[in-house]
Design a protein around this ligand. Structure first.
Ligand code: AMP
Length: 501
């Protein structure tokens, strides 16, 4: 049984942090950050946590959810100081990626700087020794990814028998990455007399099940429409041939007003290729994905944060949770296979009340993916013109998805399915989050993530007569397409071009 669901529109909202009963040390740190007014999730979660309740929260990144759970944890430590148990922590926070774990730890240091708070980050991809040393005397917070934490626990160098608070952040991404078994093993080692907080951008059945199994009579808090992009993002799509995507991207990035940009590619190799291309064109760019060492990933993020790097080219590893101020643009160089990833990707801009721009580059083979995205967000993205290719009278067949274009938006046969096994594996591989148990084989990422090809569908068509075809994509715009049809173009009696099949 859930204790009750609060939504932003319901119940009176507390308007100032000082009304929430936070200690002076925390208020000072908040003032230094320029925060005086709690965000909706903060004004819901902080009182519930201070009342020692478990919380099941539906909230996207960018809503201020990190402070929503960090502040009451700090407050509880201030209210009840206690000595640490060796190899243990008072509060454990689990996050899906190393970057998010690092970022949460940074927030704890920021908000807890006057309270003398101690925090250790326990993630894969780096030497375990310093982590073991940091936790050895006992510590206030451990912020961890599940795989590395489980390694330390199995070696007896971290023990959770004195932990009183657990937070599962971005729970649905942990589910996507296959971390749920690890989470269950970890929670089995934490005393049942504890406070548990579970936050998730979406609330699929498995996450509800996890909450049911591990939370006690939680307050349910929902502060944002689930899986819908924030209103402040100006979203558009540029229909462009695959071979013209790089030119399109460079055009976008060279435009004035485009400042700090994240470009998302589907594969690690794709991210490296795009980065090289941008650098050749005088644009300072760096790639971040699962094949990069943790050191490089951290240096890249730091460079992007401090403005040394203008363009971060990333796989989905950077789509969730990463909070970098003033990202002006997000470019989806490849459309994601899982429409929810689109929402998370574009959520890297327009953070903390700011506005932002998201542009999707969509080639013909990706039109089905665009449909899926449009169904999820509930509207068609506006189209912006792409780079012009030289025109020709000869045209390639239009995308095989065209008949689906005619479907009404609210067609029952929706593609808003949860990822099936194959889709999920692709998604796991795409994250590049290879450091922990449960992540997919990154070596397969490039091949596994190809969209269903147009050629495959075309092969199914009857092959017995020549077909007149029309499209708005000029032949020169698509070298691969041109190669496919060389030798197959004919002229019929009316002078129209046709493809011999
Ligand atoms: P999060 O959803 O935790 O990733 O937070 C998104 C951004 O909002 C971060 O840059 C926070 O520093 C910022 N933030 C958190 N709380 C507040 C607040 N009360 N007022 C303004 N900004 C905030």
């Amino acid at each position: 049984m859930m204790r009750g669901t609060w939504r932003t529109s319901e119940s009176a909202q507390l308007t100032q942090f000082k009304d929430l009963g936070l200690a002076e040390d925390l208020l000072r740190a908040l003032t230094a950050e320029g925060y005086t007014t709690p965000t909706p999730i903060q004004s819901r979660v902080i009182p519930a946590m201070l009342a020692k309740e478990d919380v099941l929260g539906t909230a996207q990144t960018g809503t201020g959810k990190t402070a929503a759970f960090v502040l009451p944890l700090l407050q509880q430590m201030i209210d009840q100081p206690s000595s640490h148990n060796r190899k243990g922590c008072r509060a454990l926070i689990l996050a899906p990626t190393r970057e998010l774990a690092q970022q949460i730890a940074d927030s704890i240091r920021t908000y807890g700087k006057h309270a003398g708070t101690t925090v250790a980050v326990v993630v894969g991809g780096v030497r375990p020794g310093p982590q073991i040393k940091a936790v050895a005397p006992g510590i206030d917070f451990i912020v961890a990814t599940p795989g590395r934490l489980l390694d330390h626990m199995s070696q007896g160098v971290i023990q959770l028998n004195s932990t009183t608070n657990v937070v599962l952040d971005e729970a649905d991404q942990m589910l996507d990455l296959g971390f749920v078994p690890a989470i269950r093993k970890i929670l089995a080692k934490v005393p049942s007399k504890r406070q548990t907080i579970l936050l998730s951008a979406t609330m699929p059945k498995q996450i509800r099940k996890l909450a049911h199994d591990f939370l006690r009579n939680p307050s349910e808090v929902a502060v944002a429409p689930v899986a819908r992009p924030i209103e402040k993002i100006d979203q558009s799509v540029m229909h462009v041939a695959a071979t013209l995507k790089r030119r399109a991207l460079i055009g976008i990035l060279k435009d004035s007003g485009v400042d700090r940009t994240i470009v998302f590619t589907r594969t690690k190799r794709g991210a490296d290729k795009v980065t090289k291309d941008l650098e050749k064109n005088g644009i300072s760019a760096a790639a971040i994905h699962g094949n990069k060492s943790q050191g490089i990933r951290e240096r890249t993020l730091a460079g992007f944060r401090n403005g040394r790097i203008n363009v971060l080219v990333a796989t989905d590893i950077a789509a969730r949770g990463i909070d970098i101020d003033d990202v002006s643009h997000v470019v989806n160089y490849d459309l994601p296979h899982v429409p929810e990833s689109y929402v998370h990707r574009i959520g890297r801009t327009a953070r903390a009340g700011k506005s932002g721009v998201a542009i999707a580059l969509c080639d013909r083979a990706e039109r089905t993916l665009l449909r899926d995205i449009e169904r999820l967000v509930g509207y068609a993205l506006k189209t912006v013109p792409g780079p012009q290719a030289p025109t020709s009278k000869v045209h390639l067949p239009d995308a095989p998805t065209q008949s689906r274009d005619a479907e009404p938006r609210n067609a029952k046969k929706s593609n808003r399915r949860r990822p099936g096994r194959a889709r999920k594996n692709r998604q796991d591989a795409d994250t590049g989050n290879t450091q922990d148990a449960g992540a997919a084989n990154p070596a397969k990422a490039d091949t596994a993530s190809r969209p269903p090809t147009a050629a495959k569908r075309r092969r199914k068509r009857p092959n017995n007569k020549a077909r007149v075809v029309r499209t708005d994509t000029p032949v020169e715009a698509d070298a691969a397409g041109l190669a496919r049809v060389i030798g197959k173009i004919g002229v019929n009696a009316s002078g129209e071009n046709y493809l011999r099949r």
